[in-house]
Design a protein around this ligand. Sequence first.
Ligand code: PMP
Length: 399
Amino acid sequence: TAWWHQVEPAPKDPILGVTEAFLADPSPNKVNVGVGAYRDDNGKPVVLECVREAERRIAGNLNMEYLPMGGSVKMVEETLKLAYGENSDLIKNKQIAAVQALSGTGACRLFADFQKRFSPDSQIYIPVPTWANHHNIWRDAHVPQEKFLYYHPASRGLDFVSMMDDIKNAPNGSFFLLHACAHNPTGVDPSEEQWREISHQFKVKGHFAFFDMAYQGFASGDPERDAKSIRIFLEDGHLIGCAQSYAKNMGLYGQRVGCLSVVCEDEKQAVAVKGQLQQLARPMYSNPPVHGALIVSTILGDPDLKNLWLKEVKDMADRIIGMRTALRENLEKLGSPLSWEHITKQIGMFCYSGMTPEQVDRLTKEYHIYMTRNGRISMAGVTTGNVGYLANAIHQVTK
Ligand code: PMP
């Protein structure tokens, strides 16, 4: 017998399993609001026009050489401007250690490994709830996890009081994972004023903030506005870490292009940190893939293409915001006695509907609507064509 004969099948991924079930359903009415990927109003995947144009420009002078260990210098430079601001002193002073990463997931994992290596006894505080993969990432990096409260089920909003209590009660100098904008899965973000209070309390406690920014531009339609949380922390002089991804905001899901950055006290420290990040990457994948990075640097390095991108991000965000309004209005028109205000209050790709696992099961069984059992609706899967059907089904299972 093989040495691996005792290996058990791994548990199904709760999100990817939804798509499998959807694909297997022959019903013509079926709706997939499970996946976290943008779809147009016909339910089709989108390649942005700025990406198509960048590809045309790249095609002529492409080579397949390795990137440096830290990835595309130009891509990283442009990416830092998005998070830290075009005129950031931190960038000018070369205080930021940054490397290209395998999208947002890879950036989080590289950070978790860095944390384990240089702060081996530390833990990470993770919001309840969070993107499920955060737990896997820090688990596999052998960093123990603690929770902080975030979501308030009754109001379907932020549990700010509990969150602040947990921040205050954590030991000084703790690591916290924060979603920079468009919190997944809840769609609930702190207000600007609340971010200021959070940042202040982090200062008091000497906590370290690691921002996962997977949706910059997707929340409000404006990448600058969506970076507000980070900018508030920077104003307060925090040395933060940040994971960035171009999966959603450039539609480059499968290209796996992103960036990990760590703000340092000075250039010398930044050089050291960057070297150590590369050292962590080297035995895992040696150096990151070239094509996606080239697309990003081509777009952001050209003012016209960058403007086109900004317009296209806004179009995607606006379509989602429009679908939030439509879903809520449809539910209200059907005479639902429940409050659906949270659908339009929440932001980003997801709506944390508050439906129970049993209600979600009924949606799937009776209406062929597929989503995760935590009641999370991917608003990107909602279209003018299916919003009425979806609203009616939700009404039927919640009334
Ligand atoms: N963080 C959060 C909160 C996410 O929702 C996602 C995507 N689902 C990611 C990180 C990473 O995505 P990717 O690795 O595709 O950039």
